[in-house]
Design a protein around this ligand. Structure first.
Ligand SMILES: Cc1cc2nc3c(=O)[nH]c(=O)nc-3n(C[C@H](O)[C@H](O)[C@H](O)COP(=O)(O)OP(=O)(O)OC[C@H]3O[C@@H](n4cnc5c(N)ncnc54)[C@H](O)[C@@H]3O)c2cc1C
Length: 311
């Protein structure tokens, strides 16, 4: 199969239509920059509380990372628990871990409240060990997570792994039943519809080019220059993620490029499907690979490197 360079998720979702000819409002309570999960969720919440909100998006709703990710809603942090506690202490680590669980509940609640058809499912997730050393750490991690964060994980021995996944190459695994999966493009499209329904206005193809503090009638706020003219907002909410640019230089300084790649396959049928189909419904739609690659790596290079690793 050849390499297709397009956003697969985008082809599965129907996005809300916005009026391209609609002029920008002169004044709003909150201008939200960026129409991804962050911006749209904030816009929905603010508009529901009665604020006049304008979402300004350079491209289109959900164009950024929100429609091109793995769709995995996982518990915990990237850092291992022992490292987490040693860096941040017990109390803050407990709060961070609890927040990771609460975020999944939050998405589930929004999906339910807004009836977003995005295949949200508490399918759990399976982490597998590529080395014996990794597997040896699983039991210790599960014990610390149970003790410190009151959260249960299930360690799966190598000989039991066939009940979870067809592959025999791993040294064992760890299952978290609380994790979830969703189609991110359909979720972000649904968030867009929900923000509009709540009363927020969304302006696509509208790049924010500069922000300047400006008071109006004794009220402090911001004059916002965009590719489609200016508007004034009492508050600005920045949800520009890795695309943060010159309009917010203080934030731009904090962004560093890191390559992150999701490898998908064509739909697996026949014996290949049977091998990867888990007995439990854990999310195995993707094999996520963390490769230490330069941010400028071309997709063809990523695919070649991945093939070498998987073969
Ligand atoms: C390959 C990959 C896989 C991932 N997998 C997962 C996963 O499985 N699970 C998970 O939880 N997270 C995952 N993530 C992370 C997740 O996708 C992001 O954390 C999330 O989408 C961020 O949402 P956001 O709204 O903050 O940003 P985005 O969705 O990136 O939205 C930012 C928006 O801001 C707009 N913008 C930028 N500058 C301006 C401007 N000046 N004016 C107007 N608009 C502007 C951009 O056009 C963009 O649409 C993954 C990310 C990547 C890249």
């Amino acid at each position: 199969m050849g390499l297709h360079e397009h956003n697969y998720w985008f082809t599965t979702a129907e996005f809300p239509k916005t009026d391209a000819a609609r002029p920008l409002p002169e004044r709003v309570d909150v201008a939200v920059i960026g129409a991804g999960f962050t911006g749209l969720s904030a816009a929905r919440t603010l508009a529901k509380r009665g604020a006049k909100v304008a979402v300004l998006e350079t491209q289109i709703i959900g164009w950024g990372a929100s429609s091109r990710n793995g769709g995995m809603l996982l518990t915990g942090m990237k850092l291992g628990v022992n490292k987490l506690i040693s860096m941040y202490g017990r109390d803050l680590s407990r709060r961070m871990y609890a927040a990771s669980l609460a975020t999944i509940d939050c998405v589930e609640q929004i999906v339910r409240e807004e009836a977003i058809d995005c295949d949200f499912s508490r399918c759990g997730h399976l982490e597998v060990a590529c080395k014996q050393k990794h597997f040896d750490g699983y039991a210790r991690q599960a014990e610390v997570i149970a003790r410190e964060f009151n959260h249960q994980l299930r360690v799966v021995q190598r000989h039991e792994l066939s009940a979870e996944i067809g592959s025999t190459i791993y040294y064992g695994g760890m299952v978290d039943e609380v994790s979830a999966g969703a189609n991110p493009a359909r979720y972000v499209a649904g968030l867009g519809r929900a923000a509009l329904k709540a009363g927020a206005e969304i302006f696509e193809h509208t790049r924010v080019e500069g922000l300047q503090r400006e008071s109006r009638q004794g009220e402090s706020g911001w004059k916002i220059a965009t590719s489609r003219g200016t508007l004034w907002a009492r508050e600005v909410f920045v949800g520009t993620n890795g695309y943060t640019g010159k309009a917010t230089p203080a934030l731009q300084k904090k962004i560093i490029p890191i390559g992150s790649f999701i490898i998908t396959t064509e739909v697996l049928t026949g014996s290949a499907g049977a091998r990867t189909q888990p007995a439990q419904p854990h999310d195995l739609r993707f094999e996520e690979l963390s490769l230490l690659l330069p941010a400028y790596a071309r997709p063809t290079y990523v695919v070649r490197r991945t093939r070498r690793i998987l073969s």
